[in-house]
Write a protein that binds this ligand. Structure first.
Ligand SMILES: Nc1ncnc2c1ncn2[C@@H]1O[C@H](COP(=O)(O)OP(=O)(O)OP(=O)(O)O)[C@@H](O)[C@H]1O
Ligand SMILES: Cc1cn([C@H]2C[C@H](O)[C@@H](COP(=O)(O)O)O2)c(=O)[nH]c1=O
Length: 206
């Protein structure tokens, strides 16, 4: 099972991901941008205000491709639960804003680039905060962590959630870290129980 954590900068995904890592040590924990040279290239681009936005989309996409082949697919084939702090929806939500002057229907375009080869998540925890809170919590240190930009990203996340309500679980991330963490741990526990129930039903020996 592939579980992803998504939301605006500063929504508290990494805080939750670190706690999940302690609660579920048997899972594989990973993230995008990755900690590989592909991810380093992405981070260089993120910190460059003048980076070409289309080039940046393809750097993120290259990082995703390597992430899939080197980490996500092998772990899933091994029967592991994988939890990724950001994944393809981050591209659909963020780069659909940054490339909107270059491409018509940017969200659909980016999905189309991924669709033939990506592995969609089974479930996505969407940490909801308003853009002002996200920007303030993240420190507004780069071009993405600005309330005006994040408000457009939020609109794209809403479109993604509306399109696939069965995949996304909304988590009110404006609450205290303890409350957000409790909700996320509950959701992951439930996803696990549902998965085991489904596997039991699929097993002809059961
Ligand atoms: N529920 C919360 N309430 C208040 N502050 C929080 C909460 N969750 C996290 N924080 C704080 O907000 C900051 C950003 O948190 P975190 O790094 O977990 O967010 P993130 O969604 O992973 O951000 P990014 O996408 O920018 O990496 C940190 O200083 C963290 O301690
Ligand atoms: C995966 C991914 C990330 N981003 C943005 C979101 C953040 O502003 C930065 C770095 O991510 P982090 O969680 O703060 O480490 O990159 C993006 O625009 N598109 C993506 O696909």
């Amino acid at each position: 099972m592939l579980i992803t954590l998504e939301g605006l900068d500063g929504s508290g995904k990494t805080t939750v991901w670190e706690v999940l890592r302690e609660e579920f040590p048997e899972f594989v924990f990973t993230r995008e941008p990755t900690e590989t040279w592909y991810g380093e290239a992405v981070n260089r681009s993120v910190s460059d205000d003048d980076a070409d936005s289309l080039a940046e989309l393809f750097l993120y996409t290259a990082d995703h491709a390597a992430h899939l082949s080197e980490t996500v697919r092998p772990a899933l084939e091994d029967g592991k639960v994988v939890v990724s702090d950001r994944y393809s929806d981050s591209r659909y939500a963020y780069q659909a804003v940054s490339i909107e002057d270059h491409v018509k229907r940017p969200l659909e375009y980016i999905r189309g680039v991924h669709q033939p080869w990506t592995r969609p998540p089974d479930a996505t925890l969407y940490f909801e905060v308003d853009p002002e809170t996200g920007a303030a919590r993240s420190g507004a240190t780069n071009k993405f962590e600005q309330a005006a930009f994040l408000s457009q990203v939020q609109r794209n996340y809403e479109r993604l959630v509306d399109a696939e309500p069965e995949r996304f679980v909304r988590i009110d991330a404006t609450r205290s870290p303890e409350e957000v963490i409790d909700s996320a741990v509950d959701v992951v526990g439930r996803l696990l129980d549902d998965g085991e129930e489904r596997d039991g039903r699929d097993d002809p020996d059961e």
